[in-house]
Ligand binder design. Structure first.
Ligand code: PLP
Length: 428
């Protein structure tokens, strides 16, 4: 590795990175710019981006339409508080999100980040039941292998073993965990597959506020794709037992899985939906929690008479403007064809990995490609190797995975997958 040593050295003295020790000495690369699907390092090397900056930059970097949207918005205002004030970018964004999400979702709460959108969803569900005269309904049911963010409420529904429960057990409420769905994406769902979930739901319905899960794609916690039929059964069971369903679409929303939303694979609508990441095309942090009229009415009927949440940067005009531009750009683009093409490239390119002794599984859904290794990868070895091979792919545990921007060409997808297979072959 030949990092831009000055910047990296300064970073190591002052900066804390995600999921890292303060004094971490692992590989670190300084980026000077990014455009299209390429990141340029300060030493001049160019990398093909395989991560979309953690699911967000679906249009690539420095997209002229998105750049222009930010510049134009800067000309009128970058921020005003949202209490008692409103503005066109936020109103337009809410209208658009209502129009493109499943029909019963009618009300939009804009917030700062994915984790906060999950907190908002959980608070909405609890306040809803208070408004409906059932304040004892405060627990959540979720599935193992899930990931919903790093704030307390979100952490409390992340996988209890792989997540951070043991570290923060004094802080986190005890929720209920059903086994992760076993059936893969293309498998049918039998009654037996939902039996344990159904048992927990039936037994605890009286104290449950909501079921929360990632629809069809379990992202950061597992990179697994499960049967849409399972999700459809969950919706039926929630209706049957009168429990709200929260769909966390933060990673998978906006086309990543091949449908606009994960819920679309199962043809279902949740009571509450969380969106984030690709909402702004990766330009800045913003998320949204949507709910039905019924949920909104229940919340408003609660003793507080109002939903008790209101971040300082709620509805930020710059973020709203770029979100509007990103969603419009996506919907006016042939995104479905592009995702299908990337999917085919990922499938063909990653297939050789299945032959490697160190590989447990290879799977693709939409523009998501995963090599699951048998043992955790050594980041100190594989990360610089991937960079040497010209790609930005950031493995995690036993997962070497990619979710490239939708504008990635077949040739770049081939380079990405070739580098992933080679890196896994040489390090496992
Ligand atoms: C499904 C899901 N929910 C929530 C989050 C948290 O989002 P953020 O990192 O913006 O807080 C993530 C982030 O990876 C996610 O994948």
């Amino acid at each position: 590795m030949k990092p831009s040593s000055d910047l990296v050295a300064r970073d190591r003295r002052a900066v804390w990175h995600p999921y890292a020790a303060a004094s971490h000495t692992g590989p670190l690369f300084a980026v000077s710019s990014a455009a299209g699907v390429r990141l340029t390092l300060t030493d001049g090397r160019e990398l093909i981006d395989g991560m979309s900056s953690w699911w967000a930059a679906i249009h690539g970097y420095r997209h002229p339409v998105l750049d222009e949207a930010v510049r134009t918005q800067l000309g009128s205002m970058s921020h005003v508080m949202f209490g008692g004030l409103t503005h066109e970018p936020a109103v337009r964004l809410a209208e658009t999100l209502v129009a493109i999400t499943p029909e019963p979702l009618r009300r939009v709460f804009l917030c700062d980040s994915g984790s906060v959108a999950v907190e908002v969803a959980i608070k909405m569900a609890l306040q809803y039941w208070t408004g409906r005269g059932r304040p004892e309904r405060t627990r959540l049911l979720t599935i193992r292998r899930g990931y919903h963010g790093d704030t307390s409420g979100a952490m409390s529904v992340c996988d209890p073993d792989a997540g951070m429960h043991h570290l923060f057990s004094q802080l986190l409420p005890r929720h209920l965990f059903a086994p992760a769905p076993r059936r893969a994406y293309d498998e049918p769902c039998e009654d037996a597959d939902v039996a344990e979930f159904e048992r927990l739901l039936a037994r605890h319905a009286h104290e449950l506020a909501a079921v929360i899960l990632e629809p069809v794609v379990q992202g950061t916690g597992a990179m697994r794709f499960y049967a849409p039929g399972w999700l459809a059964r969950v919706r039926e069971l929630c209706d049957h037992h009168g429990v709200l369903l929260i769909a966390d679409e933060i990673a998978v929303g906006f086309g990543r899985s091949g449908e606009l939303f994960g819920c679309d694979h199962a043809g279902i609508s949740p009571d509450i939906m969380c969106l984030g990441k690709a909402l702004t095309g990766g330009y800045m942090s913003m998320a949204a929690t949507l709910c039905t009229d019924e949920v909104a009415a229940g919340v408003s009927d609660s003793p507080a008479g109002a939903f008790m949440h209101g971040p300082t940067f709620m509805g930020n005009p710059l973020a709203s403007a770029v979100a509007n531009a990103s969603v419009e750009l996506l919907l006016s683009s042939p995104w479905r064809a592009r995702v299908t093409e990337i999917s085919a490239g990922l499938t063909a390119g990653l297939a050789p990995a299945a032959e490697l002794a160190g590989v447990a599984d290879v799977r693709v859904l939409g523009a998501i490609g995963v090599i699951e290794t048998r043992e955790p990868v050594d980041m100190a070895v594989i990360q610089p190797l991937l960079v040497e091979l010209g790609v930005w792919v950031r493995p995690f545990g036993r997962l070497v995975y990619t979710m490239p921007p939708f504008i990635t060409s077949p040739a770049d997808v081939a380079t990405l997958t070739g580098a992933m297979v080679e890196a896994v072959a040489r390090t496992t």
